[in-house]
Design a protein around this ligand. Structure first.
Ligand code: FPP
Length: 248
């Protein structure tokens, strides 16, 4: 069956967030070391970004490295950082050709300087693109991001530029790393883990979740289309009743 052709072009999520999980297990299954799985995972990243451009998903956020991932063995962290730098450097011309704009969220200052430089260069070179916005979550965790927002708001209170009554969901959103992006309508997690793992806790408040057993290196275009078709089969009620939704 042609999954891509079955997708309703009028009901494409504007923003999809992905927890790319299972690289290590995929590599182990092949008798390889974990970093081999991360390398293969980059091919899935390329395909999914391309698929977004083809079907009209405007924002894609990928959880590439969490705050907690710093606790992995040093060799794996170093290898992941190197992979990130080399992938971004190699893929930037491809991003430009496909009209993809790169953005990042997370504690970017904690990344190695070479990584920060490579990211900034790619962000600058892709800034004018508007087909797809690819947001990499790097050294990111939602609790870190929300804590950071609370600190910024507390500083405004201390300075007297706002009062407690000015603290609204909107003000909180304006102080999150994601202030320039709409909330994701769909969150995908691969590899059979049914958790949210400190990812976009605020922004996913009304998102649909799609969990699949497929490991990230095997998650290619067709698997992505299956996730979108599953999303399109759901009724999003935002706290209302089914009858209210269908009468609209
Ligand atoms: C989770 O699999 C994956 C990661 C922590 C890293 C994901 C990074 C990439 C796919 C490369 C990113 C590159 C770019 C350019 C965005 P895991 O290691 O936790 O797998 P496991 O659960 O099987 O051990």
């Amino acid at each position: 069956m042609d999954l891509k052709a079955s997708i309703d072009k009028n009901n494409i999520p504007k923003h999809i967030a992905v927890i790319m999980d299972g690289n290590g297990r995929w590599a182990k299954k092949q008798g390889e070391d974990r970093i081999f799985g991360h390398h293969e995972g980059v091919n899935s990243v390329r395909e999914i970004v391309e698929a977004c451009g083809e079907i009209g998903v405007k924002y894609l956020t990928l959880y590439a490295f969490s705050t907690e991932n710093w606790n992995r063995p040093k060799e794996e962290v170093d290898a992941l950082m190197e992979l990130l730098v080399s992938s971004i450097s190699m893929e930037t011309p491809n991003l430009i050709e496909k009209g993809v704009r790169l953005k990042v969220i997370g504690d970017i200052a904690s990344l190695p300087p070479s990584c920060q430089t490579e990211l900034q260069e790619s962000i600058d070179r892709t800034a004018v693109n508007d087909r797809v916005t690819l947001i990499l979550a790097l050294s990111y965790s939602s609790k870190w991001e929300i804590t950071d927002a609370v600190k910024k708001i507390a500083a405004m209170l201390e300075k007297g530029t706002i009062n407690a009554k000015d603290i609204t969901p909107r003000l909180i959103e304006e102080n999150l790393n994601t202030k320039d992006f709409p909330d994701p309508e769909l969150m995908i997690r691969t590899s059979g883990e049914n958790r949210i793992s400190n990812f976009l806790l605020w922004q996913l408040a009304y998102a649909e979740f799609y969990f699949t057993d497929v490991l990230w290196p095997d998650f290619r275009k067709n698997e992505f289309y299956k996730a979108i078709l599953s999303y399109q089969g759901r009724e999003r009620r935002f706290g209302k009743t089914s009858e209210q939704i269908s009468s609209n």
